[in-house]
Design a protein around this ligand. Structure first.
Ligand SMILES: Nc1ncnc2c1ncn2[C@@H]1O[C@H](COP(=O)(O)OP(=O)(O)OP(=O)(O)O)[C@@H](O)[C@H]1O
Length: 253
């Protein structure tokens, strides 16, 4: 469904993505892993069509993202950015309704379908009671859930999430990733918490210095050797319900 083929992207001083190839079959949740600065956000921005790859291709449902009209790309792909903010005086419901913009014929009026999709999305992230709260009064975790509702209300074919569990307590982290996994939407999610990735992802892709080091099912990828090589951490990995569970060891003083 999502196919990333040999994608590179550079700034004058550095190559930030270097021959990245990976894919997300329809309906899967794929975790994009890697240390700080490894290129996760840059890759999500390329896949979203916000920056054009220097070389290589990204296709979604067979169409090259770089060639899609902006309006079509906006309907098909939703990006939940790492720091999704707004200075506008909006309610939570207004923010979620922004997700409906690519579907609207008229720019100014919401249809019953738009309002139903927004209400459903708020319900799915457990934020129905906050619909009329001003954005600026929401906590970090509440904003994160409203932004996910905006992305869900967009009803995209492809959902891109940049560290979606940032700011969330453990209950809402589990709820959010469970919700994403149960949804039929193909999802590529940059994640730092490797145990959450192991629990919820169908596949993981590990980036390091802009390159794919390895990819596959979490149990195949998240080995002590990989954690030592890529994250420079010492860890034990056991298996619970067929999923790896990582226990980190404190670095020697
Ligand atoms: N426009 C740019 N010009 C120069 N360097 C950039 C630019 N954009 C990103 N970088 C650098 O590219 C590298 C990859 O950045 P990116 O944000 O993609 O990493 P990341 O894996 O998402 O990191 P994190 O886990 O810290 O969010 C970083 O070292 C970053 O400083």
């Amino acid at each position: 469904m999502l196919d990333i083929r040999d994608v590179s992207w550079s700034v004058p001083a550095a190559r930030l993505l270097d021959g990245v190839t990976c894919s997300a079959p329809r309906g899967t949740l794929v975790g994009l892993l890697g240390p700080n600065g490894s290129g996760k956000t840059t890759l999500l921005r390329v896949v979203a069509g916000l920056i054009a790859p220097g070389s290589g291709t990204v296709t979604v449902a067979g169409d090259d993202v770089a060639g899609l009209p902006r309006a079509t790309a906006a309907r098909r792909i939703a990006l939940l950015a790492q720091y999704a903010e707004t200075d506008l005086d909006l309610t939570a419901l207004d923010v979620v309704l922004l997700g409906r913009t690519p579907h609207r014929r008229s720019r100014w009026s919401d249809t019953d379908t738009d309002r139903a999709a927004a209400a459903d999305a708020l319900d799915r992230v457990d934020m129905t009671g906050y619909a009329h709260r001003r954005w600026q009064t929401l906590s970090g975790g509440e904003r994160q859930r409203v932004q996910l509702a905006r992305a869900l209300a967009q009803e995209p074919q492809l959902l891109l999430l940049d560290e979606p569990t940032n700011h969330l307590d453990i209950g809402h982290q589990l709820q959010l990733l469970g919700l994403v996994r149960r949804s039929a939407v193909t999802t590529l999610a940059a994640l730092h918490d490797l145990n959450l990735a192991a629990m919820f992802c169908d596949l993981v892709v590990v980036l390091h210095h802009g390159r794919v080091v390895t990819s596959g099912p979490p149990a195949d990828v998240l080995t002590p050797a990989l954690l030592a090589d890529v994250y420079a951490v010492d860890a034990d990995v056991t298996v619970h319900d067929g999923r790896p569970v990582i226990t980190y060891r404190a670095p020697a003083a």
